[in-house]
Design a protein around this ligand. Structure first.
Ligand code: TYC
Length: 160
C-alpha cells in the first residue's frame, strides 16, 4: 500500500481482520481521492460488508461483531405431503379394512366404515395425508398387517 494514503496509516501494519475492525469503527468513512487505487477498492468492498452486517445487527438476535456478510434465507420450505391411498379388492373382508383404518389411521368406527365403503364402491380412497416418512411407514404397517393375516389388501402413496 502506498504511503500516499493518509486516512489509513494503521492499515499499513494491520492484518486483514484488524483492517476490518478499524474500518468498522468508521462506518461513514468514504473512500476518496487521497487513497491509492487498491486501498480505495478495499475500502469500498469493506463498506459493503459493514452495511450487510449493520442490517443484521438491527434485527433482534443480530450482533454487531465483525464477521462474514451472509444473506438471510427466505422461509424454509414445508416438507411435501403424501396421501396414503387404500385400494379395493374382492377378497379382503370389510371388517378387516375397518380394523386397519381404526388401528393405523386413528379413525373411529363411523369414519372407518365410511372410508371402507367409499373404497369398496369407487376402487380407491384416501386414508390420510402425511409427510413422506410417516406416509411410507403407514403403508408398510398396513401391508405387513394384511400379509400377516393373509389378505391381499393394497395400500400406496401419492404426492398430495
Ligand atoms: N371389496 C371388499 C369386499 O367386498 C371390501 C374391501 C373394501 C376391500 C376396501 C378392500 O380397501 C378395501 N369384501
Amino acid at each position: 500500500m502506498a504511503p500516499s494514503c493518509p486516512r489509513v496509516p494503521l492499515v499499513l501494519m494491520a492484518r486483514r481482520c484488524d483492517i476490518a475492525a478499524i474500518m468498522h469503527s468508521h462506518r461513514h468513512f468514504q473512500p476518496d481521492r487521497s487513497l491509492c487505487a487498491p486501498c480505495a477498492r478495499n475500502a469500498a468492498r469493506m463498506q459493503g460488508t459493514f452495511r450487510a452486517q449493520d442490517d443484521d445487527s438491527r434485527r433482534p438476535g443480530g450482533d454487531d461483531q465483525v464477521g462474514i456478510a451472509t444473506k438471510t434465507r427466505a422461509k424454509p420450505k414445508k416438507p411435501s405431503q403424501f396421501k396414503v391411498l387404500m385400494l379395493n379388492d374382492d377378497y379382503t373382508p370389510m371388517e378387516f379394512v375397518v380394523m386397519v383404518l381404526k388401528r393405523f389411521f386413528g379413525m373411529d368406527l363411523e369414519q372407518a366404515t365410511r372410508v371402507m365403503l367409499h373404497v369398496h364402491q369407487r376402487g380407491v380412497g384416501v386414508c390420510g395425508i402425511y409427510p413422506y416418512e410417516i406416509a411410507e411407514t403407514k403403508v408398510n404397517q398396513v401391508m405387513d398387517f394384511a400379509r400377516q393375516n393373509q389378505h391381499p389388501l393394497q395400500c400406496t402413496l401419492e404426492k398430495a
